[in-house]
Write a protein that binds this ligand. Structure first.
Ligand code: AMP
Length: 192
């Protein structure tokens, strides 16, 4: 099985391009953010607990997202692998993912990173707020906190996966959506 991580700051285009990558390589796309939003929409206890953290631009507890990921690995069949989007988000989650995969005799295949500037993060999230109506996209303070959380907790994963020889990055900032999609598809193809 292949285990790709789609990496990058909020607004980098992970959700926008995940479908094309997943389809091309028969992968199941798993977005922890989408799974959490589904819990909120369904009004579950987990969703209620996650909502205040998400609305504040903070991370939900590692155990919550790791449980979601493990249960997806256990239950989803008939694919050639997984495309993880928004997970791992900090070094503890990355180390736990390594352990989860090791138990299954597997390992992370590659990290596919889309890079954009902080200025583009703000522009994209504000544009997306008008289209998708996400509560955490509409508030300037939440956006600032997510950018801070990204730099403090998520960005260090780049060095973690570089050290493992698994980190591949492309520009997600310039050109049209199609240009960016072609760039990320070419990057994944170069890894295979
Ligand atoms: P996303 O849709 O990936 O931008 O995620 C939206 C929000 O869900 C994030 O700002 C976090 O509050 C939460 N979230 C998503 N994935 C994770 C994760 N792997 N660890 C902790 N919190 C997460």
């Amino acid at each position: 099985m292949k285990y790709y991580i789609l990496f990058g700051p909020p607004g980098a285009g992970k959700g926008t391009h995940a479908g094309a990558i997943a389809q091309k390589y028969n992968l199941k796309h798993i977005s922890t953010g989408e799974l959490l939003r589904a819990e909120i929409a369904a009004g579950t206890e987990l969703g209620r607990q996650a909502k205040s953290l998400i609305d504040a631009g903070m991370l939900v507890p590692d155990a919550v997202v790791e449980g979601m990921i493990e249960s997806a690995f256990d239950t989803i069949k008939g694919v050639d692998g997984f495309l993880l989007d928004g997970f791992p988000r900090n070094l503890a989650q990355a180390a736990d993912l390594d352990k989860i995969l090791e138990k299954r005799g597997e390992e992370v295949t590659a990290v596919v990173a889309l890079m954009i500037s902080d200025e583009t993060i703000r522009k994209r999230i504000k544009g997306r707020a008008l289209i998708e109506g996400r509560a955490d996209d509409a508030n300037d303070e939440t956006i600032s906190n997510r950018i801070r959380t990204y730099h403090a907790q998520t960005e260090p994963l780049k060095a973690y996966y570089q050290a493992a020889g698994k980190y591949y990055e492309c520009d997600g900032d310039n050109g049209t959506i199609e240009d960016n999609r072609n760039r990320v598809l070419a990057l994944v193809e170069s890894i295979k």
